[in-house]
Design a protein around this ligand. Sequence first.
Ligand code: HSE
Length: 438
Amino acid sequence: MKPVKLGLIGCGTVGTGVARLLINNRHLIEQRTGIPLHIKFIADLDTKKDRGVAFEPGILISNAWQIIDDPEIDIVIEMIGGETLANDLIKAAIEKGKHIVTANKALLAKHGNQLFKTAACKGVDLAYEASVCGCIPIIKTLRETLVSNQINSMTGIFNGTCNYILTQITEAQISFKDALKQAQAQGYAEADPTLDVEGFDAAHKLAILTSLAYGMHINFDDIYIEGISKITPFDIKLAAEFGYCIKLLAISKNLGDRIEARVHPTMIPYGNILSNVRGTLNAININGHAVDNLFLSGHGAGMMPTASAILSDIVDLSRNLQHHAAARIPLMGCQPPDIQTMPILPITDILTRYYFRFTALDNPGVLSSIAGILGKYEISIQSVHQKGRKTDGSVPIVMMSHSAKESYVRKAFEEIDSLEVVEEPPVLIRIEDGFAQD
Ligand code: HSE
């Protein structure tokens, strides 16, 4: 079989992992596929750094456009990230009829609709397994394994940095700030961790999966995003007293004519399978009408897990090339004319259960004033706990609600916050109980 020629763009952590697998596991891959994979060029600004890989002389180059312009290169693997140069390189490679592998979630979440359309028109493959949850084979699972299923919902832990921080606050009882410092020291969080801790990274991944699962175009800005930076050890401790842990969940639900797509800190009962996903691990529970619940978990980042997902794409595309079957699987899992546009429900319209924490003066009638306002907005309380009085005379009042509409909760909060006896802005954490119970 003629070798498939590869051009790698970006040789940072993930690029180095991909090169390592291609070079060190060449024989294993060839035994399994029968296809020789040949790296023709690797483009990176730093061509001198020792990456601990035995590169053939001359394959490291500094100009990525040399890969795009090389007629021999069959597959371009984009690993530079970002939304500008990466977008230009991918578009140019598609124009030249090259197949693409990318792990660039931000690019696909925001510009995927256009890139997939362009690639489909040119009959080229654009593979993106590594863009969502590292080595978890979620794109393949949705596009291939669950092809006959109507997907009802997906609920997952898509950001390892946040999961590490929440695990450390829960188990080591340290503050958010200290847990974040640890995550940075371990190399999990970026120096600017905003994309991780404020939920954007998880939302990028949710956008990609939501498009794929329901065969729809998605407007990234319609996804509700709330990060974990305001979660306190106190709320984590109280949640545990109610039998819940707090995770940054990405939630997508198919409501038929509308969908829910949201990322926020969420209380889930201990006993739910996702509550056992600790540290930097990622996980997803997919509910399909035929399979019921399907649970996948693994490393969502890191050199070798991410490289493994990229290799899976490279091999798929090489097999397609071998059989002259490019674009065998529709890029968004659905035939382009059947891709729909469905509205995402605004967060104010969702119905869910809540944890509320009010900080109020410990005076007669305070609890009934708060409960009265909640009742006025049709928010029914399932349980109430009043914790010990603080030295300033205020007391935390913690409530778990039955299902309520978020717009009503927000109105009730405005009124409660304006009460003289309420000392701090009320806290709200959404609850999910109804999935993947073990
Ligand atoms: N920064 C991400 C995480 C990995 O912490 O999970 C890449 O998306």
